[in-house]
Design a protein around this ligand. Structure first.
Ligand code: GRF
Length: 210
């Protein structure tokens, strides 16, 4: 089944572009209804338009978080959307915003990509943090969003190795190449099979066991 998505971005938009490219190449059965950036200068906006996608800035400057989210929701309300896809969206979402995407099974229909093997290295500088820590193995996580930052049920993870001669830049590039394959692949899996989560009971046991 084709899925209808909206993508939230803040900057470069390379993950967004990997999704749009996969759709164009027939590898992802999805339609991007709209791309929204909180940053009017985001490169992602002209890139989305190049693909014929409606792309708008909803500037957060001078607005409270809730007021900004209200404007984003107003924009989104013009579309029927199955999934909200976060692709380098550098804003924390409030519980009230997430509630608007609540599925009857309890999760939020909001997907995020994070460039570390969560729960390691959450936050805005995951590549830098993992590299500086000296990890030998890092990776990419795609997960459903919940009320905590870079947290929620994991849909997919893929690791990549740090090479001895890696610079931060080459480490990031290797990770980004993984991101650009993994995000379209996970979305395509959702389009075909829906989401595959570990049962709640198993996830709870893991938390209790800590
Ligand atoms: C990516 O590394 C993504 O995992 C993280 O922010 C970065 C966004 O890059 N959340 P881009 O805008 O998709 O190029």
């Amino acid at each position: 089944m084709s899925i209808r998505i909206a993508i939230l971005v803040s900057g470069r938009g390379s993950n967004m572009e990997s999704i749009l490219r996969a759709i164009n190449d027939g590898q992802l059965d999805a339609k991007v209804e709209v791309v929204i950036s909180n940053n009017p200068a985001a490169l992602a906006l002209p890139t989305a338009r190049k693909y014929g996608v409606h792309a708008v800035a909803v500037d957060n400057q001078g607005l409270s978080r809730v007021e900004h989210e209200k404007r984003v929701l107003d924009e989104l309300s013009q579309y029927e959307i199955d999934w909200l896809v976060l692709a380098g969206y550098m804003r924390i979402l409030t519980p009230g915003f997430l509630q608007r995407f609540k599925h009857k099974e309890g999760y939020f229909r909001v997907i995020n990509i994070h460039p570390s093997l969560l729960p390691a290295f959450p936050g805005a500088n995951a590549y830098d943090d993992a590299f500086k820590y000296g990890v030998r193995l890092s990776g990419i996580t795609i997960h459903l969003a919940d009320e905590k930052v870079d947290h929620g049920p994991i849909l997919a993870q893929q690791s990549f190795e740090r090479q001895d001669n890696d610079t931060l830049e080459s480490f990031k590039q290797r990770g980004l190449a993984v991101e650009h394959k993994l995000y379209p692949a996970v979305l395509q899996s959702i389009a075909k099979h829906g989401i595959q989560l570990l049962p709640e009971s198993v996830r709870q046991e893991e938390i209790v066991g800590k």
